[in-house]
Design a binder for this molecule. Structure first.
Ligand code: NAD
Ligand code: TYD
Length: 336
């Protein structure tokens, strides 16, 4: 089987490519290699992976990439809430319009299309958990763009009979996540002795899912899911950010004096929580608890400075200074 993995050079996409290649499949990756996508993420996978560098929103390129494939899994997106607040246009372009272009190519090729989406489309979940029937109520330009993409996928399944479906995950963490996201940011700052920036009171709750568990969920949805349906994939643990940060400090041998409260994110959702019964009925469950997954993640970052070193010394430093109003420790500073 040959799968087209759009956005396969990013965090979750590259973990998924590894899983498919490990299972003996050939993978074609279509990726624009934005600041978040990296060739390094596909290193060591040999001939099983073909990388096409380009934009899912380019019609001819998307159609060419789909040709000869048996299925499309679309991870390609602008994915960071804070950057969507800074510049929403790129999110609408890729997450809405790009989704449409790639989906149309898959429909015309008559192949299955799985859209990778997020629990953030449900917005704040004050009580209980969001099911697939919960209304969409996105808060940020990122989640609104993802919701737009999802609605187009649903419409294509219903209107054209496209074999298209959606999986919505809660917050992922694990190896090779860009350090602009909470967990890798705090791990690298803790290792370097830089302050850990906490938005507002730090009591916002996220439903953490280890990336390998999500990749397993994707295969269940791809193989056994029904076109036109949505499948939620939520993590086993719901934790306030402050607890996550304390866990990171402990694993990195640092104390709480590194915690620094910073201005809250505008429109910040207080809590996400997903009910995943539909996927559980198909045989999926999350296996990795947060304590175990966090330990594995911290170990990965400790062992892979050659992966994150260039990020922490590049454009990310400018982003960090712009966003947090302070600079990071010197690049290459020895981790503790
Ligand atoms: P990421 O930012 O690490 O990776 C996104 C990838 O898409 C990058 O490789 C980037 O180069 C590529 N890309 C961006 N625009 C593109 C375009 N126009 N054409 C082709 N490629 C393009 O993101 P991630 O965290 O791996 O997330 C992957 C997907 O999963 C996204 O769709 C995101 O919305 C969704 N998701 C992420 C999480 C999470 O916690 N990370 C949770 C739920 C859902
Ligand atoms: P993030 O990793 O950006 O994921 P998302 O916004 O998609 O949930 O953030 C996770 C949580 O951590 C979220 O509540 C925002 C918070 N956060 C901070 O407190 N400080 C930070 O520097 C970042 C990046 C996030």
């Amino acid at each position: 089987m040959t799968v087209l993995v759009a956005g396969g050079a990013g965090f979750i996409g590259s973990n998924y490519v590894r899983r498919r290649v490990g299972g003996g499949d050939a993978v074609r990756v279509l990726d624009k290699l934005t600041y978040a996508g990296r060739r390094e993420n596909l290193e060591g996978l040999g001939d099983a992976v073909e990388l096409i560098e380009g934009d899912i929103a380019e019609r001819d390129l998307a159609r060419g990439a789909v040709e000869g494939c048996d299925a499309v899994v679309n991870f390609a997106a602008e994915s960071h809430v804070d950057r969507s607040i800074e510049s929403p246009g790129e999110f609408i372009q890729t997450d809405v319009y790009g989704t449409y272009v790639l989906l149309e190519a898959a429909r015309d090729a008559g192949i299955r299309y799985l859209q990778i989406s997020t629990d953030e489309v449900y917005g704040d979940v004050e009580q209980g958990s969001a099911t697939e029937a919960s209304p969409l109520d996105p808060s940020s330009p990122y989640s609104a763009s993802k919701a737009g993409g999802d609605l187009i996928v649903g419409a294509f399944a219903r209107t054209y009979g496209a074999e298209a479906l959606i999986i919505r995950a809660s917050n992922n963490y694990g190896p090779a996540q860009h350090p602009e996201k909470l967990i890798p940011l705090c791990i690298l700052n803790a290792l370097a002795g830089d302050p850990l920036p906490v938005y507002g009171d730090g009591m916002q709750v996220r439903n953490w899912l280890f990336v390998e568990d999500f990749c397993a969920a994707i295969d269940v949805a791809l193989e056994r899911g029904q076109p036109g349906l949505v499948y939620n994939a939520g993590g086993p643990d719901e934790l306030p950010n402050m607890e996550v940060i304390r866990g990171i400090l402990e694993l990195c041998g640092r104390d709480e004096s590194l915690i620094e409260r910073v201005e809250d994110r505008p429109g910040h959702d207080r809590r996400y929580s997903l009910a995943s019964e539909r996927l559980i009925e198909l045989g999926w469950s999350a296996e990795v608890g947060f304590a175990d997954g966090l330990e594995r993640t911290v170990s990965w970052y400790r062992d892979n400075e050659s992966w994150w070193g260039p990020i922490r010394s590049g454009e990310y430093r400018e982003y960090y200074e712009r966003h947090y109003g302070r600079s990071l420790g010197a690049p290459g500073e020895a981790p503790g």
